[in-house]
Design a protein around this ligand. Structure first.
Ligand SMILES: Cc1cc2nc3c(=O)[nH]c(=O)nc-3n(C[C@H](O)[C@H](O)[C@H](O)COP(=O)(O)O)c2cc1C
Length: 464
């Protein structure tokens, strides 16, 4: 197995160990190349962004506006998506390769100031990066006239506000500017009008950590690793019901069952898989059958309507209550919605309330279609992709596991407004089984026998 980032070298996070293993020599090589040559190598490598959207990095770089304004690079280390925990592994185990990637990228893009944005709660990794950066400054790899050339750059570590929305690229720019982290309407894209109104490239930490390997070995070499349409390795963050959860670097295209069985020691307690979310909590889930043949690269996942996302693989066994899972995930997005767009702000709340009432045993037969409809009204109708991230798990989990959700809804349960006191005293003898009195205006009942047949007859439902 090729390892490009997590190299299993003891103390690799220390600058002298990194240097002994050829560290910062690729930066020297890069400074002898033209900026365009570096962009061309990255294009040739077919590196796709590791931040979730899988956008081609070289192509993104080529959109950087060529004008007289300062150019900025933002390194996205917010990593707040549930199920994603791989960037912090880079901060901890290989910070210098990441910094070398930032330096090479800054040179290629004409950047004089690069920002490493790390979620505020990740103080441990912020401290580690501060130590690594200070060491790199001391050695002269960062700062003025690097390797005696006229290339100078400063790298700043910025601790974020601790909100999922800060990871969205345009919110991150607002956050850096000291404003509330609201997403910006696009276009204009950051590569044209970005932070402080200047051309800006935003890349994920893992994306940038691949750059030294690409420049050292060539873009073509990189393009031949793993799955051809999505080459390289991925840091898979595996969590849930496996014996050995953790972060594992594997080639793209590795079969999912190899990851679960061979790398992670199988499903806990010898249970069967019920569902796997392949790329962080927002990605459409896979059924057990889909897992059996799935290869973990974006093209293979796209073919069945999912995506690689951040490669945060969440494994759930046969005993998992998917309603509880979906409620938990939806609660997260409801809490984290910035509130700027109505479909996301209101829709996440509605999805949570409907899931919650099903969980309380008060679901209605029409609730599953209602949930899918709310999700579809959020999807594609918001300024940023947080809306999609909230909608996809609801829409796809219900579509793929509908029977499990339907089984939680009481058969023939209807909610009947109490138009007069008589409804409040209905009992089984009348063909009503009162499940619950919601409030003074509504009871939840299941209907039996004749009353069930009269379900559509308003006079029966509402008469005393
Ligand atoms: C709500 C939301 C949160 C995001 N959080 C992150 C994050 O924590 N880290 C990240 O790299 N990208 C995150 N992204 C994606 C970024 O907006 C952006 O696409 C990415 O940083 C680009 O890097 P890449 O091209 O190297 O993948 C998020 C997107 C959304 C919509």
């Amino acid at each position: 197995m090729v390892k490009l980032i997590l190299k299993d070298i003891p103390d690799f996070h220390k600058i002298d160990v990194y240097e002994k293993n050829g560290g910062y020599q690729t930066l020297k090589k890069a400074l002898g190349m033209s900026q365009q040559e570096i962009v061309d190598e990255v294009k040739k490598s077919n590196l796709k962004g590791r931040g979730g959207a899988c956008f081609p990095t070289g192509l993104k770089w080529s959109f950087l506006a060529k004008n007289d304004k300062p150019k900025y690079l933002i390194c996205n280390g917010d990593e707040s998506e549930p199920g994603s925990f791989k960037d912090r592994e880079i901060f901890e185990k290989n910070p210098h390769q990441f910094l070398e990637g930032v330096l090479i990228s800054s040179y290629a893009l004409g950047v004089k100031d690069a920002y490493v944005y790390i979620r505020g709660e990740y103080w441990r990794w912020i401290n580690m990066m501060e130590v690594a950066l200070a060491d790199a400054y001391k050695k002269g790899y960062v700062g003025k006239n690097i390797f005696g050339t006229d290339f100078s750059v400063n790298i700043h570590i910025h601790s974020g506000a601790g909100a999922y929305i800060c990871g969205e690229e345009s919110s991150m720019m607002n956050s850096l500017e000291g404003k509330r982290a609201y997403p910006r309407v696009k276009p204009p894209f950051p590569a044209v009008i970005g932070v402080w109104g200047c051309p800006t490239i935003i890349n994920n930490i893992e994306t940038l950590s691949n750059i030294p390997e690409i420049i050292k070995n060539g873009g073509e070499w990189f393009s031949k690793i793993g799955a051809p349409a999505h080459p390289g390795t991925l840091l898979f963050g595996v969590s849930g019901h496996v014996n050995k959860p953790g972060v594992y670097e594997l080639e793209t295209g590795t079969p999912l069952m190899t990851i679960i069985n061979d790398v992670c020691g199988g499903v806990k307690n010898g249970k069967q898989i019920k569902m796997v979310i392949p790329g962080g909590s927002s990605m459409p889930p896979l059924t057990r059958e889909e897992c059996l043949t799935m290869k973990m690269d974006n093209e293979s996942l796209k073919a069945i309507g999912s995506a690689i996302g951040t490669a945060g693989v969440m494994v759930m066994d046969e005993d998992t209550d998917l309603l509880k899972v979906l409620k938990r995930i939806t609660k997260f997005y409801y809490h984290e919605s910035c509130g700027q767009c109505t479909p996301c702000r209101e829709g996440c709340g509605w999805m949570l309330r409907v899931l919650d009432r099903i969980d309380r045993g008060e679901g209605r037969q029409e609730d599953l279609d209602l949930l899918i409809s709310v999700a579809e009204n959020i999807e594609g109708n918001t300024i940023c992709a947080l809306g999609d991230a909230a909608a996809w798990p609801v829409k796809w989990t219900i579509r793929k596991f509908r029977d499990e959700f339907a089984a939680k809804i009481p058969k023939h349960a209807v909610h009947i407004p109490i138009l007069n006191k008589v409804h409040g005293v209905r009992n089984e003898a009348d063909g009503f089984n009162i499940l619950k009195q919601n409030n003074e205006n509504e009871v939840v009942v299941s209907l039996m026998g004749k009353v069930q047949e009269d379900l559509n007859d308003e006079s029966v439902r509402y008469s005393g």
